[in-house]
Design a protein around this ligand. Sequence first.
Ligand code: DAT
Ligand code: MG
Length: 168
Amino acid sequence: MAIESTLVLIKPDGLKKSLTGNILTRLSEAKLVIIGAKVVHVTPELAMGHYEHLKEKPFFPELVRYLTGEIHNIRRVIAFVYHGEDAIQRIRDLVGSTNPEEANPVSIRGAYGRITTSGVFENIVHASSSREDAEKEIKLWFKPREIVEKLYPVKEVMLNNVKEEVWE
Ligand code: DAT
Ligand code: MG
């Protein structure tokens, strides 16, 4: 077992269904620490970057509309970085499988997700699925100073005459 970090997003359907407290309570069973948290307005660019690996899929345009909140008219998600032993698998186990109809019924996706008539998997939360994905996703959603652990190398740049840390 290893110390890992993982990205969790409460997607627009999770917010619309008012599940934030419930999701955080369930995820607390993983016995991990939250080292970053914020509300994010999701632009199409951010959504496309996040789901880059699926850009050839027929459901990609709908997936981008889902994450930006266009479908639910909720233009935000809540993003978290969880940190600790075996974080990626522990969170995935509580989140459940991608397809909410096939997910363990007591997992978050199994309990609250659905498939829409147009075929979108509305599965409530995102959770990173490998170390490689977690690093890519955490760097996409968070700046170094928004996380209270030094996870990955950073460099300093000057932005409008102010020093800022960015991922190396
Ligand atoms: P996960 O979110 O479990 O990591 P993924 O990375 O393969 O799954 O896909 C990202 C999202 O894309 C997923 O949460 C829902 C959507 N998706 C995946 N496969 C799909 C499919 N066959 N039909 C509709 N949506 C799908
Ligand atoms: Mg994935």
